[in-house]
Design a protein around this ligand. Structure first.
Ligand code: IPE
Ligand code: IPE
Ligand code: MG
Length: 237
């Protein structure tokens, strides 16, 4: 009798290396982002097949606004256009799209598109794809703390009532479980302000491969690495 290997319920991915992928080929960085979007598409399909329930993609950090304006615009345009074009296919696949991050910095038009996509895909119950857009962990915590302080000020919450659950529920990620596995491609081994609260007990995996080269084989390798980990959560096992 074979024992089924544990599949992470939630995988969060720091998609890194698009720029280096393009540079290696003598191409513009934007070409790397275009190739990266293709990898999102394939990863989504494979993750759904393997039984993953939540897949979060770090697509744009609050720090990424500091990149050249042309790259920021190209990236934003690419992300929006891809999700809009893919919506019918996402619905067909049973994928529900959500975003985390502060959307208020985006144009009215982009905000409307995102709201529409979330609404149109809301019934998808196979896998939830979460796009982290204008997201950073510290900014998310800042917004959450501000909201909690507002409630204390208004007298609807007592400071002593603020526990870990209360904080988790105030974060953008309140609708989903914490990530079981965080993958960062391109060999970099840092969080870059991503899900710091939520990744407290996640397993980490840092493959060398650049994001556009993250294939089905690479994804399955990540699942194997995860399955071999011994998650103890501070207990004696
Ligand atoms: C990750 O690739 C994609 C985003 C940050 C949106 P990079 O653009 O950071 O690629 P490198 O790190 O420069 O290779
Ligand atoms: C992290 O990648 C952000 C995203 C993948 C969206 P970066 O390439 O921006 O991070 P650093 O600058 O290497 O830390
Ligand atoms: Mg990078």
């Amino acid at each position: 009798m074979s024992i089924a290997k544990p599949i992470p319920q939630h995988i969060a991915i720091i998609m890194d290396g698009n720029g280096r992928w393009a540079k290696l080929r003598g191409k513009d960085r934007t070409e790397g982002h275009i190739a990266g979007v293709e990898t999102i598409r394939t990863t989504l399909r494979i993750a759904a097949q393997r039984g993953v329930r939540y897949l979060t993609f770090y697509a744009f950090s609050t720090e990424n606004w500091g990149r050249p304006e042309a790259e920021v615009n190209a990236l934003m345009d690419l992300l929006c256009r891809s999700v809009i074009n893919e919506t019918p296919e996402l619905i067909r696949m049973g994928i529900c799209v959500r975003t985390i991050g502060d959307r208020s910095r985006f144009s009215e038009r982009v905000q409307q598109h995102l709201a529409q996509i979330e609404e149109q895909t809301a019934a998808g119950d196979r896998l939830t794809m979460v796009l982290a857009l204008n997201y950073s962990s510290r900014d998310e915590l800042r917004r959450a703390v501000q909201e909690l302080a507002r409630r204390v000020e208004a007298g609807t919450l007592q400071a002593s009532q603020i526990d870990e659950t209360c904080i988790s529920e105030m974060l953008d990620t309140a609708f989903m479980p914490d990530p079981d596995l965080v993958i960062r491609t391109s060999g970099e081994q840092r969080l870059s302000n991503f899900l710091m609260w939520q990744a407290s007990y996640a397993e980490f995996y840092f493959p060398e491969v650049l994001w556009p080269d993250f294939t089905e084989e690479e994804f399955d390798r990540a699942l194997d690495v995860y399955a071999a980990r011994d998650r103890r959560f501070g207990l004696v096992k």
